[in-house]
Design a protein around this ligand. Sequence first.
Ligand code: AMP
Length: 281
Amino acid sequence: MELIQTKADLFTYMKSEGFGEKLIGLVPTMGALHKGHLSLIETAAGLCERVMVTIFVNPTQFNDPNDLRNYPRNLEKDLELLAAQGMTDIVFAPGEKEIYPEPDTRVFDFGQLDKVMEGAHRPGHFNGVAQVVSRLFDITRPNMAFFGQKDFQQLAVIRELVRKMKYPIEIITCPIIREDDGLAMSSRNQLLNPEERKHAAQISKTLFRARELAASMDPEKLCDWAVKELNSDPLIQVEYFQIVDSQTLLPADSWDSPCKKQACVAVKLGKIRLIDNINFD
Ligand code: AMP
């Protein structure tokens, strides 16, 4: 496994190792790696000849400077985890100037995909995601790129980015990896104190219970129920709970419509913001 921190070194290494002729899989991350990230890498290793993991905490996707400041960073531990798994060929961990030699002023238009849910609560977030992902695609030129269903809306935005920019890259969706109590794994979970961590299981419990209750309530009532249920926990404050068409991300108003439906939730648990989602089909 090779740790590379500059574009120049990356290009030299890829050329010397004949990456141009290999099937390359890219797994973009912001580090503070956990089993969710490792599952993406495992899938990539199963489908590609070479796996490249990027570790870069992208400042342009943070709308809250405190969130950016407090985001967990531990490159040494990340490298240990990746080495122990033994499936990564290159770890590309660039500094900010490598990715943004000048400020990125591009503004992307993803229609409603980046306006609802996360887009509504984190203005500019998906524009920053599109900026960094397109730069990483341009630098690493993978054949496939692997993303987690955990960031459901991000996947929709990235698929649209690939379509619009005509990237010859196959986007592979990987399922959500959860802790034993159901909490979706996330780098931010390590910011929770022990008491908050106990309460965090309520998020996925409510999603799973909502799916069971779907037969007895229309989507709007079910969302109201879920918001009340989550807000009844003294440590949780709901930002949104929505059941949406998984393609358009617009609210589903009845179970009868033919689209696949996804329940998506964002909460604040103390100061930490967590998201999760499940498929309703
Ligand atoms: P992040 O480092 O949070 O930007 O995440 C990097 C990639 O890992 C994204 O594609 C995420 O969707 C994915 N990911 C994060 N958490 C999980 C999880 N619990 N299960 C599966 N994929 C995940």
